[in-house]
Design a protein. Sequence first.
Lengths: 267, 332
Amino acid sequence: MRGASSKMAIWVLGLYGLYLAAPVYWLLRLALQSNQAILSGERDFTLANFAEIFSNPVWYQGFANSLTYVAINTVISVSVALPAAYAFSRYRFLGDRHLFFWLLSNRMAPPAVFLLPFFQLYSAVGLFDTPLAVALAHCLFTVPLSVWILEGFMSAVPRSLDEMARIDGHSLPYFFFRIFLPTIRGGIGVTVFFCFMFSWVELLLARTLTGSEAKPIVVVMTRTVSASGIDWGVLAAAGVLTILPGLAVVWFVRRHLVKGFALGRVS
Amino acid sequence: MLELRDLVLKSGADPISHTFAGGRITVVLGRNHSGKTLLCRVLAGLAEPAAGGMFLEGRSLAGVGPGPRPVALVYQAFVNYPDWTVFQNIASPMVAAGETKAAIDVRVRDIASRLGLTALLDRYPAALSGGQQQRLAIGRALAKSARLLVMDEPLVNLDFKLRESLQLELAQLLHDLDLAVVYTSSDPRDAFAVGDDLVLMADHGVLQSGEPLEVYAAPVSPAAADLMCDPRANRLPDGAGLIRPEHLSLARGAEDDRLFDIEVIGCETNGSETFLHCRPDGLSEDDHWVARLEGLVRLAPGDRQTLFAPADNVLRFVNPDGNLSEAYDARG
């Protein structure tokens, strides 16, 4: 009976895995074929699509731009959210619960609402078409999220750890950086993961707040349509390359991710 | 060593005046929520008392923060820095005090050898057993070179067997240090096993203090008698006194023994001891007695027996404040 049900479980999981892997396989297959072969259904193998991306400045500049603003966004979000989350986790002050909920309510508005104000503001102060513009705009969404995730992790650490450090005679900054941050590094990893993912795939703000100079990869990908039709092969190759940074981030935080989802409140 | 002068832990509670002596272990015995943990936090400087003062060797501790205060604290949950090795954990207070690397190294190794942690210096707290983690927490407290060591139910999270072996080990260790030690507990056995002095706490105030045997032999109130009793103290049918479970027996010991005719309710035994649940004639229906008898005793519910108690051990309270009903309400 047990054997039969575990065999069944393997089959179901196998099918599910196949279902999940199929699009990735298809993407990879398209990326390794020329456009002509894709359209005619011939068999073909070429690395020309990847070569195009790595040799054409429009493409690789797009990747560089995206990585730049994602990195800036992640650094700003985590470094701003860490002290905020610590305050929410450890101190009681007037309106703390309300302020905490208000942070989350920022995420209730669709990004489109902020589009025009951001565009006008950034044009006025000369931030338009810079990676910093996109990074700051994304902070509106990633900072509240980071505060929420980190607060969950910090509250899971007993307060007696803070008190112990006070009794030992450590200052608050020393405790925070040398004792507390290593303790919640799993939570920081998960936070980085969420910031990265949001910023990396977000299209609307990234497209509107950039022109030609800081054009992100997601925008470049929407412009593969030309007079001669859609360049499927190059588009698929770009798709494969956009998956890689995400995979890398997951790889680095994979050990904390499971623990992270269990400890943090985000599910 | 440490003198509490009219210290009020919580507004509305009775002020506490007590002196914790150097070189002695004072067990603070009280039930949950009796204010033991708050007392520890106040002593360590983590909480402010509502009123009154603390004087360590004559100097007031008012306004001295937890860091500079020469008081170390060991929590009931073993609090150690999880990402620091055993060595770094013990060294922590000395690092904070800015001592030299060489001095720290010598001192840490000395403390580790005293606590049997030398072989574990490179490990992380998560890799230690419960007893080792607690010894590490004590080691860090020792490294602070405090004059007063406060331990808040230090053994409560350990399993029964380990607890017994550590109890004696700890008492030995603490006696070798020339420190005043405050050791809170809710187990009367701790008072005898580790305590040189005893303080009974209830409702954030002190019921009685003195040497453990003294307090045991002459409780000043029913509440004090009940705290030093495991299981609870039995109320006499006339309501004016208490008799401890261990003082009841099935055999007459002396000519002037007090006699109680009882009806058996049930027996619990572990072979070496039997807890006899019974009701003496005249006791109200909602109350019952527990007698702690030696050896294996088998009695059926409904049996009638006579229990004997030495006359000296029947506790009578002349103090009019020692309201008996209060003692029973507090028992819960």
